[in-house]
Write a protein that binds this ligand. Sequence first.
Ligand code: SF4
Length: 341
Amino acid sequence: MKKALYYKTLENGVVRCQLCPHYCLIGDNEHGLCNVRVNREGNLYSEFFEKVTAVGFDPIEKKPLYHFYPGSTILSVGSIGCSMRCLFCQNYRISQLTPQSYNDTEIFTVKSIVEFAGKKENNIGIAFTYNEPSTFYEYMISVAKEAQPAGLKTVMVTNGYINREPLEALIPFIDAFNVDLKAFSESFYKSITNSRLAPVKKTISRIALSQKHMEITNLVIPGMNDNYAEFEEMVRWIASETGDRTVFHISRYFPNFQMQIASTPINILLDLYDIAKKHLKYVYLGNVFDIARDTTYCDQCFSPLIVREPGRTLIPGLDKLGNCTKCGNHVIDHVYYERMG
Ligand code: SF4
């Protein structure tokens, strides 16, 4: 248990959490909506500090991050809790549980997780992922502050539901973000995720301003967020707000948790891919077997630069500076070729 950051104590010991746009009002001995921040006698605590539910070395492509040290490995860490209630959650076994119903955590102190990450050969750093990392904000920022001086990179895979002040305090300590943009309508966010779109857009805009590496993921659910006009409005907004070189992942939905409609038809994904490519240079299809649409091509001479096959990533067309070896076009800022630090 760790004293939380970003809250105010009001009258009668009630606490208002200010970490995310829910601004939960939390009575004594009660939890906020994310289930992991608890009021004890007028103070807010992060209940799962240094308690993790999932730890493992993953290919960076699994986050997904495609233009951030492609082909590398990253230690991925998650805890429990989430600030959203997505009916289709792919990780609901750890994100949608109450603390009382989950006892299977492992202790990793701030120091021990950084040491663990540093010992693995060819591991570039630590990714905060699996459940929403902003709900374990205190742990994430402490680990990130310790990891960077050790030469490790830090990654946050997030739903983007975080307020401005905590986000801006965090950005200097995170090297790369993947933000889920789940749809481009407030009604979807409200009815399917119990949250709002506007704060997520603000998060994306703020990260873009910081110039930290950011990729965006959109999970396409048939009949829910696959309207072509709305999708095109979304990719147009991304191109204008974060630039047409922003890496964009279109991901196929499969039934999970409380949403059991059939998985996304491939033809819809292909149509959306074509729409996105009108506005963005680097678009990829995820959760489908399609090597062509999972390959990075030079946006000038169209040579294949990075080929992603099941289980391995090949980099036939990039030099160590991230330039296309055929035409010299600079494509990727972060190319993995040796251990940093
Ligand atoms: S972080 Fe949790 S407790 Fe705080 S406002 Fe968001 S959902 Fe509520």
